[in-house]
Design a binder for this molecule. Sequence first.
Ligand code: UDP
Length: 328
Amino acid sequence: MNQLAEQPVHALITGGAGFIGSHLAHFLLEKGQHVHIVDDLSTGSITNLDELRKNPNFGHTIADVQDEPLMAELVDRADVVYHLAAAVGVRLIVESPVRTIETNIGCTEVILRLANKKRKKVVVASTSEVYGKNDSVPFLEDHDLVMGSTSKARWSYACSKAIDEFLALAYHRARGLPVVVVRLFNTVGPRQTGRYGMVLPTFVRQALMGQPITVFGDGKQSRCFSYVGEVVECLYKLAHCPEAEGQVVNVGSRHEITIEDLAVLVKELTESTSEIVKISYDEAYAEGFEDMPRRIPDVSKLEGLIGKSPQMDIAEIAKSVIQHYRER
Ligand code: UDP
């Protein structure tokens, strides 16, 4: 930890009305920081801000991150910028490739350019999607990125985030900008919406409503899910870790589960009568959709930098998501 952690810090979170952004805002406010978020509410939700707005150290602006004059002012006032604004979710990407590419690259360009003018620390959120079709798990940060054809829209997400990473690292190398690139693996928890295809909130909603639980493909594909509360703590710690500057860091859990087993787990925990059904990828997504069979992070770099990694067990995480849905 450097001194930054001990004095009041002004954090700016782009995409702060989103699932991870709003959890991060809560976490930073609890640490005594001042938090301002900017979000255009394209996928974020104003209700994610309900609790936050009661805190006098919280502020928000509903706007597009590509509004450069506005962002210049907000970046000016911040000590640390967490850049989370992005088009996320596989379904959205397949359906809106133009928006994905333009949002992901355009917003990051603006943030890095402005942060560089004032030498502000930036944490750039990237994604495990950038590993693409690489099948040598667990994924290490300097592994090759293996993308599919440009004719398949799903790869536009990974490529746009890879460009974001290149740009962030270029600013660090060429201009000395203090940046950290974090590759987020499957992050789940309360308030995540299943609207854009995310599997855990989708399964929980289906199970609670007695609808079929839809497993795509053969269900043998696996993921490592981490609890959002632990993920945002990692983001905070990386932002305040000088050794992390100029680094790409995986943030995820080591605990692997197949999607089929996840469906069974959700069904059991909710005591649901829903049946678990298999749906082909062609039916679930666009034709020719390529899914990742396994997605496992190597988190030794993260642990070396901040001394921890997300540990919460998937059953505990699923319980918290179920409770959240029941309360709604
Ligand atoms: N998935 C599924 N049923 C659903 C939604 C997703 O079986 O209703 C699968 C999806 O095909 C993928 C896994 O669950 O293999 C994780 O999907 P998600 O979109 O949550 O994350 P990502 O694909 O980015 O890892």
